[in-house]
Design a protein around this ligand. Structure first.
Ligand SMILES: Cc1ncc(COP(=O)(O)O)c(C=O)c1O
Length: 427
């Protein structure tokens, strides 16, 4: 058998060749756009035919420093020459440094490293179960419209029927209540409830921030009922909103929030700027809940992943990208608000903080065709034609989750393309 030689001879130069191999060999669990991407640089990617796209989706909030960032490449090379992986039977310097950095950014506590957002959330569920175990408490209440990942517990936690369908029965111990509704949360608590898990900004369902009162109220409720407050910052975290975590942005300058802290936080996506790494942070007083032997993952916190994540943090700090995300995001949101006023028959609302922006379209905008594709997908398709990548959410929201180092001219190019598509839809 000559696999390597055969692969070299395979014709995979064109989108049609690649699509064919996917259709034959890849599990069809993703509805993919008809684009085969080949390489990138900064906020741009090129497809296999050489066409350039401005990437305002950032790999769904992953590529914090854009594509093919030379400093990330160097960090990868440098660490991979030294040590790619050793097991968690040993200490390593990069994991020690990354944990220290995350603790400094969030607060006194400890970190556990893993590989994805769903896995980081699994750690939170296990924390909740361990926390409530002696009293027979195991339930985690989450919210409608939330997204917490695709593992079995992740879909049970997620507040969207479409991710659960066909995988019933759900893992026990998860229930959903309306988001941003403190009374509904209070009413849902039972003697079995151990924790509340929310995204401080719901991402997948269309960029919906929690209100300040909601976050503060959840903290009070958890204190009163002796429950853990767990925040999923997988999509909204890592300086995208202008603060390290989005709850810090939502609660900034709120005097009543000075002492606010969640009990645990999940992270992934842009933590590694494109290199897969996830983590959760847990507050010091609960840090021993997961004692030796209770939780583990082979690839968690490898020297390579941690070295890259440290480099990402270093660059964000050095280049003041949190401030940049805040400013540029504010500018983009302002421009999109202007578009809403100009095209009220097409656009409904713009939401979000920093470079986590959701633009909601009206389902009945004149230019949307039939029911075959959702309005969000129709907009994303039209933007592809205009050379811009964005991410659909729910049925009518288009998300902008670009690199934190997106330049103003690139942002303006994207805004011009969006305006042109919106104008077409208004006609
Ligand atoms: C808020 C949130 N939590 C969890 C996840 C799951 O992360 P992953 O796909 O890395 O498992 C996602 C992914 O989109 C997310 O947006």
């Amino acid at each position: 058998m000559e696999i390597a030689g055969d692969m070299k001879a395979l014709k995979v130069d064109r989108l049609s060749d690649i699509r064919k191999l996917f259709q034959k060999n890849v599990v069809p669990s993703y509805a993919r756009f008809d684009l085969a991407l080949d390489h990138g640089g900064g906020s741009y990617v090129w497809d296999v035919a050489g066409r350039r796209y401005l990437d305002l989706g950032g790999g769904i909030a992953v590529c914090a420093l854009g594509h093919a960032n030379p400093e990330i490449t160097d960090a990868l090379l440098e660490q991979s020459r030294k040590l790619l992986h050793v097991s968690n039977l040993y200490f390593t310097k990069p994991q020690a440094q990354l944990a220290e950095a995350l603790v400094r950014l969030i607060g006194p506590g400890r970190c556990f490293f893993c590989n994805s957002g769903a896995e980081a959330n699994e750690g939170l569920y296990k924390l909740a179960r361990k926390f409530g175990h002696e009293e027979g408490r195991y339930e985690v209440i989450t919210t409608d419209g939330s997204f917490h990942g695709r593992t079995l517990a992740g879909i049970a936690a997620t507040g969207q029927e479409k991710v659960k369908k066909g995988f019933e029965p759900m893992v026990a111990g998860f229930r959903q209540v309306p988001f941003n509704d403190l009374d509904a949360m209070r009413a849902a608590i039972t003697p079995q409830t151990a924790a509340i898990l929310v995204e401080a900004i719901q991402g997948e369902s269309g960029i919906t921030p929690a209100t300040t009162d909601y976050l503060l109220g959840l903290r009070e409720l958890c204190d009163e009922k002796k429950m853990l407050l767990l925040l999923d910052e997988v999509q909204s975290g890592h300086f995208r909103t202008g603060c390290f975590q989005s709850w810090q942005r939502i609660l900034e300058n709120i005097p009543a929030a000075e002492e606010f802290s969640p009990d645990a936080v999940s992270m992934a996506k842009s933590l590694g700027g494109g290199f897969p790494i996830g983590a959760f942070w847990v507050r010091e007083q609960y840090a021993d809940l997961l004692s030796p032997g209770t939780h583990a993952t082979t690839f968690g916190g490898t020297p390579l992943g941690c070295a890259v994540a440290l480099k990402v943090l270093e660059i964000i700090e050095r280049d003041q990208l949190a401030e940049h995300a805040r400013e540029l995001g504010g500018f983009m949101k302002g421009e999109l608000e202007r578009l809403i006023r100009k095209f009220p028959s097409v656009l409904k609302e713009v939401r979000g903080f920093g470079l986590m922006i959701g633009l909601e379209f009206r389902n009945d905008a004149p230019g949307f065709s039939g029911a075959e594709k959702t309005p969000a997908l129709q907009v994303v398709d039209r933007l592809h034609e205009a050379g811009v990548l964005t991410v659909p959410a729910a049925t009518s929201v288009v998300r902008l989750l670009p690199a934190l180092n997106l330049t103003r001219p690139d942002a303006m190019e994207g805004l011009r393309a969006i305006e042109a598509v919106v104008a077409e839809l208004a006609a």
